[in-house]
Design a protein around this ligand. Sequence first.
Ligand code: HEM
Length: 465
Amino acid sequence: MALCIVVLGVVFLGLCFCTALLRWNEVKYRKLKSLPPGRMGWPLFGETTEFLKQGPSFMKNQRARYGSFFKSHILGCPTIVSMDPEINRYILMNEAKGLVPGYPQSMLDILGKCNIAAVHGSTHKYMRGALLALVSPPVIKDQLLPKIDHFMRSHLANWDDRVIDIQQKTKEMAILSSLNQIAGTESVSMSQEFMPEFFKLVLGTLSLPINLPGTNYHQGFQARKNVTGILERLVRERRASNETHHDMLGILMNGGENRHKLTDEEIIDQMITILYSGYETVSTTSMMAVKYLHDHPHVLQELRKEHLAIRERKKSDDTIDWNDFKSMRFTRAVIFETSRLATIVNGVLRKTTKDMELNGFVIPKGWRIYVYTREINYDPRLYPDPLTFNPWRWMDKSSDSQNYFFIFGGGMRQCPGKELGIAEISTFLHYFVTKYRWEEVGGDKLMKFPRVEAPNGLHIRVSSH
Ligand code: HEM
């Protein structure tokens, strides 16, 4: 009996404590007038657990309750979630009004303080200018496409008669191809040392910023030191040798046509930015394209037709050139449809630099805004029969110019690597579908949220075409 009373007492006190905490959290934020509807959840944790556990359905449920513009508290910050296409467009177009990138501190710490997502205003302008000069159409045409072609041929050699994990292969492809574009021939000798460090760095950017030995954040930080060490050595060696290099680092060190010459620290962070930004986006889109092509043989047939026609015009060792790339209309459609249906990028993060009015509400300074673009990809008004993989939907309209095309972001931060990324995935698909047939081994799980990934790999049995 006494034990019962004690247990009931403890439960009662626990309940009182939790209710008080919840009320404290609500009251704390209610003082801020005119916030949009929504819940702040538990102190510190907010609604993070529900968000991570339920993913897209959490967002849909909240939208059903509060509309397309609601408040929450996720991933450690008070956050406004915007699912409204028009407001999302406004946010992306108006960085100058105080809506700057709002990526987690762990990401900014590990990617470096000169990283493009960490800088605004005039610094962003010249860092972006320097980056655009590396991936402009003439550079892709004359320097990058031949490199990409050469790399893909060797990366895709000897897959015949083997079971391969296409997730692993596309990850290696994305990082090694970027490294080759940045550092040319030196990339080969660097890659063994570089790759494991880079993978740790990526994990660190996606972790909680707890700097204790053993945490991903701590290891990510160590990995950043090692990665910058390798890149600094490369810059030093090049300076000592005085040779001219026709690669991204060569342009960065020369200053290109940019009026603003980058410091060594900026050059290093620029290289890390390129490697990081193109890594998961390019690899996951390539993996998912392989998945969808496997599941939709009529699409694969059409894609193969496009690439065999290109091959017929060429000798076997002729590389893919700019005209070939531009003629790959169906391939481009397959890439857009893959990005749309798999939603490789759920949205982008911004934060307010001052109190500001948005959509009729006052958003306090320092709040995050999650520009959540995922649902736009499944809007039947924009994409009839939205759950069907149908690349043809991209063939009859100027796909990337529609107002709500956010797969590559929008406004001043729109992806500068869009064409480069498409060129890489297209060249990969070219050699993959013209050389090989494949079957899934089966039984592999695919997760779609918070990131698209196959937790145990995506295994396929490959044979020669
Ligand atoms: C399929 C491939 C790709 C997709 C889907 C993609 C997607 C995106 C998106 C959605 C953004 C906007 C981020 C924001 O607004 O906060 C972005 C920005 C960016 N992307 Fe990409 N990206 C891809 C490939 C690449 C590649 C290959 C590079 C390498 C150069 C790259 C470099 C960047 C950079 C540097 C930014 C930041 C731009 C800025 O802040 O001004 N991306 N990308």
